[in-house]
Design a protein around this ligand. Structure first.
Ligand code: ADP
Length: 488
C-alpha cells in the first residue's frame, strides 16, 4: 500500500491545528507543573525550617533543667513520634561537643564549622543542607545558641528531609502522569474542535469541486453568519459570478465572430460556385466574382484585425506609442480625410472652433477613434444631413463632440452600442459594411487614454458622441487657437 494518504493526513490543516494546539497545551502544562512543583517544594522547605527552629527553641527551653542528664534528654526528644527524624547535639562556645543524641552521633560526626558557630554566637540561627553517607535524602542542620547564666551553649538540630523529598517525589510523579493525560485530552478536544471549525471549508471545497464551465450558475452555500468562512464563500461566489459573466461574454463573442465571418465566406463561396456553374468564356463574369471575393476578404481581414486588437486589448498586450501631440491638428487631419466621403454621401461636414490643445497620446489610435466616429456619422446620416466636429477644453480635460443629424439611436440601445458586435439594425449595418466592433474599439482607445466616450441621441434627430480626454501635467490647452480646419 502506498504511504501517500498518510502524508496527506499530516499536511491537513485539521492535523496541523490540533498539533499546534496540543504543543501549546503541553508547553503551558509543563510550565505550570514546573512552577507549582517549585513553589510547593519551596514552601514546604520553608515550613520545615520554621518547624525545626521551633523544635530547637523548645529543646533549649527545657535544657537547663536537664543539663545533668542532657544526653538522655536528647535521646528522649529525638525518639518522640515525629514525622521528621530529629536529633540534637549540645556544644560549648568553642565548638566542643558536650552531649548528643545517638542518631546524631551515628550520622553526623563533623565538628561545627566556624561560620555556623559565629552566627549562632551572634544570636542568629544558622540553617544549612547537608548530605550524609548512606542517606538518600538531604538533612537540614539548624544551629542556635542559648545562655544559661553566664555560660553560652550551642544546640544543633539535625532533621532528616526524607518525608519532604518523598512528598516532592510524589508531586513530580503526579505531574508526569497528569501531563500526558491532559495532552491526550487536548489532542482529542483540539481535533474535535478543528473538525467543527473547518467543516465549512470542506463544504466549500466539495461544492467548488463540482463547478465546471458547464454549471457556472451554481453557487457555494453560505452560512450568512458573517464569519471568515462566510466571507470566503461570498468572495468565491463573486469570483464565480465574474467567471460566469466572462465565460458568457466569451461564448457570445465566439458565436458572434463565427457568425460575422460566416456571412462573407458564404458570399465568397456562392460567387465562386455561380462563376463556376456559368461555364461562360466571358472574363467579366469571373472578374466580378473575383472582385466580390476581394471585397469580402477585405471585410474579413478587417473583422479579424479588429478582433485581434480587442483580444490583445483585453490582455493589455497592445503597446501604445504615446507622444505629445496637438489634438486640434489631429482632428483637422481626420476631418480632411472624411470630407470627400461626406460630400460623396451628400453630407455637410462642419468643423467648429478648435482650441489649440496639446495632449499625451498615441496618434494613430486617437486618429482611429475619431475616424470610427466620423465613419459612423457618415454611414448613419441620410443624404442632405450635417456632421459637426466641435472641441472644448478646460484645465483638466478636453471634450470633442462629433454630432450628426442622422437616424439616431433608440434610448434603450444607447448603452449597448459599445458592446462587441452590437448593432442597432443588423441588416442596415451589414449594408454599410459595419460589423459592430468600431465603437468597442473607440471606447477602448478612449479609456486606455484615461478618458471616456458618451452618446446623446434621439431617433430621427441625430446623435452626438462626446470623447473626453484628460489633460495631464504638461499637456494643456495652448495659448491662442489654430484656425478651424476649414469648413466645407
Ligand atoms: P458598425 O461597424 O456596425 O457601425 P459600431 O460599433 O461602430 O459598429 O456601431 C455599433 C452600432 O451603433 C451601429 O451598428 C449602429 O447601429 C449604431 N451607431 C453607431 N454610430 C451611430 C450614429 N452616428 N448614428 C446612428 N447609429 C449609430
Amino acid at each position: 500500500m502506498s504511504s501517500r494518504p498518510r502524508f496527506v493526513y499530516f499536511r491537513r490543516a485539521r492535523f496541523r491545528l490540533t498539533l499546534y494546539y496540543t504543543i501549546i497545551q503541553l508547553v503551558f502544562l509543563a510550565a505550570l507543573g514546573g512552577f507549582l512543583y517549585y513553589r510547593n517544594h519551596r514552601s514546604m522547605l520553608h515550613e520545615l525550617q520554621r518547624f525545626v527552629k521551633d523544635e530547637t527553641r523548645d529543646v533549649m527551653a527545657y535544657l537547663p533543667q536537664y543539663l545533668p542528664a542532657i544526653a538522655q534528654h536528647f535521646e528522649t526528644e529525638s525518639q518522640g513520634e515525629r514525622y521528621y527524624e530529629l536529633s540534637f547535639r549540645l556544644l560549648d562556645p568553642q565548638g566542643k561537643v558536650l552531649a548528643r543524641s545517638r542518631t546524631f552521633r551515628d550520622s553526623y560526626t563533623e565538628p561545627i564549622h566556624a561560620e555556623a558557630l559565629q552566627a549562632a554566637l551572634e544570636g542568629d540561627s544558622y540553617s544549612e543542607f547537608i548530605w550524609l553517607p548512606g542517606r538518600p535524602s538531604r538533612h537540614l542542620l539548624v544551629t542556635r545558641s542559648f545562655r544559661r547564666g553566664e555560660v553560652r551553649y550551642i544546640v544543633q538540630t539535625l532533621a532528616y528531609l526524607e518525608p519532604l523529598d518523598s512528598l516532592s517525589r510524589r508531586f513530580r510523579q503526579n505531574i508526569y502522569v497528569a501531563i500526558p493525560l491532559f495532552v491526550l485530552i487536548s489532542w482529542v478536544a483540539g481535533y474535535t474542535l478543528s473538525r467543527k471549525v473547518l467543516r465549512p471549508v470542506h463544504e466549500i471545497a466539495r461544492t467548488a469541486r463540482h463547478i465546471t464551465s458547464t454549471n457556472l450558475d451554481q453557487r457555494l452555500a453560505r452560512s450568512r453568519s458573517g464569519d471568515e468562512f462566510d466571507v470566503l464563500a461570498a468572495t468565491l461566489n463573486d469570483m464565480i459570478a465574474r467567471l460566469e459573466e466572462s465565460f458568457d461574454l466569451l461564448q457570445q463573442f465566439a458565436a458572434d465572430a463565427a457568425h460575422e465571418l460566416r456571412t462573407p465566406l458564404t458570399i465568397v463561396k456562392g460567387e465562386a460556385e455561380v462563376a463556376l456553374r456559368s461555364n461562360t468564356s466571358d472574363p467579366e463574369t469571373y472578374r466580378a466574382a473575383l472582385e466580390s471575393t476581394i471585397r469580402e476578404c477585405d471585410r474579413m481581414i478587417g473583422i479579424i484585425s479588429n478582433l485581434l486588437l480587442l483580444s490583445q486589448a483585453d490582455t493589455d498586450a497592445v503597446q501604445l506609442h504615446k507622444e505629445t501631440l496637438r489634438l486640434d491638428d489631429l482632428l483637422g487631419e481626420v476631418a480632411d480625410t472624411f470630407r470627400i466621403l461626406a460630400e460623396e454621401a451628400g453630407l455637410t461636414l462642419e468643423v467648429g472652433h478648435l482650441p489649440a490643445v496639446t495632449l499625451h497620446g498615441d496618434r494613430s489610435r486617437l486618429h482611429e477613434l475619431f475616424a470610427n466616429l466620423l465613419d459612423n456619422a457618415v454611414k448613419y446620416t441620410p443624404a442632405g444631413g450635417r456632421i459637426t466636429i466641435a472641441c472644448h477644453a478646460d484645465l483638466n480635460e478636453v471634450r470633442v463632440d462629433i454630432s450628426d443629424t442622422g437616424i439616431g439611436i433608440p434610448e434603450d440601445q444607447q448603452a449597448k452600442i459599445f458592446d462587441r458586435f452590437y448593432r442597432v439594425d443588423r441588416s442596415r449595418s451589414r449594408e454599410t459594411g459595419g460589423s459592430g466592433l468600431g465603437l468597442s474599439i473607440a471606447r477602448w482607445i478612449a479609456t486606455t487614454h484615461g478618458g471616456r466616450i458618451e452618446v446623446h441621441s434621439a431617433p430621427g434627430a441625430g446623435s452626438t458622441f462626446t470623447v473626453s480626454l484628460p489633460l495631464g501635467p504638461g499637456t494643456a490647452p495652448a495659448e491662442g487657437t489654430t484656425p478651424a480646419a476649414g469648413n466645407p
